[in-house]
Design a protein. Structure first.
Length: 311
């Protein structure tokens, strides 16, 4: 059995516009890496964190990676296990791309591999949700479930947890742009209203059903038509500079649908080819540059694999 392992876990686009807290999908890049080593001394230590500019806690009980791994070990009754963790952040923190999720998932996948896979990948989701609870105060699964399972995932129910892996078109590309502005996840969640009008709920239900149907039918036009949010996006988009202008630019460049990734500030579009996705990111970054906002972009097919062990 190995005593050291290196794991990559992918970024994710949560909500997919209309599916607040119940839909998400994984992408090939960016992502985070964890190097985990079995030690002779029981307990978890974080020996190294890179790429976080000193923002993440190294105390085991406060870091999402180590805290979720601790829950996992307690569940298995393996508290005698000793682990050393090195976390390498390869993606921006607070980007709306599931940064905490990617780290947590990489850690859980790593420890599960080191211990001989006592749990299935799907069974790791509740432990990853513990990490999300630590990161943003609420244990949602729309980042961690697709990061672990790959592809598109629907959370049909939280009580009990019921996860549905969804099909999707083979030639589906995500064009992602991260404007380098600060939109803390906790603040973005607090903006959401607690009560909604029935007519808005009906609109939202129709769009979620349409999006899921479009994925099953591999109908890009139906997917795009369904990517409309009347509940959350109108509030959250206020925090993102020139959001509506970027929507227009993305649509004009051939996007099937456009919206906020997670709580933002990253935005994403779905497209039917890599060439179209690249054109979308080019137009969005050009516009952000004109209004003096730095940005990063990523073009990726949907990641159907989830986490992977690296050499």
């Amino acid at each position: 059995m190995k005593d050291t392992i290196k794991v990559f876990a992918p970024a994710t686009v949560a909500n997919v516009v209309c599916g607040f807290d119940v839909l998400g999908f994984a992408v090939n890049e960016p992502g985070d890496e964890v190097v985990m080593r079995l030690t002779n001394k029981p307990g978890i230590t974080i020996s190294q964190i890179t790429g976080d500019e000193g923002r993440l806690p190294r105390e085991a009980s406060k870091n999402t990676v180590s805290a979720s791994v601790q829950h996992y070990l307690q569940h298995l009754g393996r508290t005698e296990v000793g682990l050393d963790i090195a976390l390498h952040k390869k993606m921006p923190i607070g980007s709306g791309l599931g940064s905490s999720s990617a780290s947590t998932v990489a850690g859980l996948f790593a420890v599960n591999e080191l211990l001989g896979r006592p749990l299935s990948t799907r069974e790791l989701v509740p432990f990853a949700m513990k990490g999300e609870e630590l990161a943003c105060g609420y244990g949602h699964a729309d980042n961690v479930a697709p990061a672990l399972m790959g592809g598109f995932v629907l959370i049909r129910s939280y009580q009990p947890l019921d996860l549905v892996a969804l099909p999707f078109p083979d030639e589906l590309y995500a064009a992602i742009v991260y404007p380098e502005v600060d939109v803390p996840t906790k603040d973005a969640r607090q903006m959401i209203r607690n009560k909604v009008f029935l007519k808005d709920a009906v609109t939202q239900w129709g769009n979620v059903a349409g999006l899921v149907s479009g994925l099953f039918m591999k109908d890009l036009d139906l997917i795009g038509r369904s990517m409309q949010d009347v509940l959350v996006e109108p509030v959250r988009s206020i925090l993102i500079p020139d959001f509506e202008k970027m929507r227009t630019l993305a649509t004009d460049a051939g996007a099937a649908g456009f919206g906020i990734s997670g709580s933002g500030p990253s935005v994403f579009a779905l497209a039917g080819s890599r060439e179209t996705a690249r054109k979308i990111t080019f137009e969005l970054q050009n516009h952000l540059h004109r209004i003096n906002i730095n940005s990063k972009s990523f073009v990726s097919q949907v990641n159907a694999e989830g986490p992977k062990v690296l050499d």
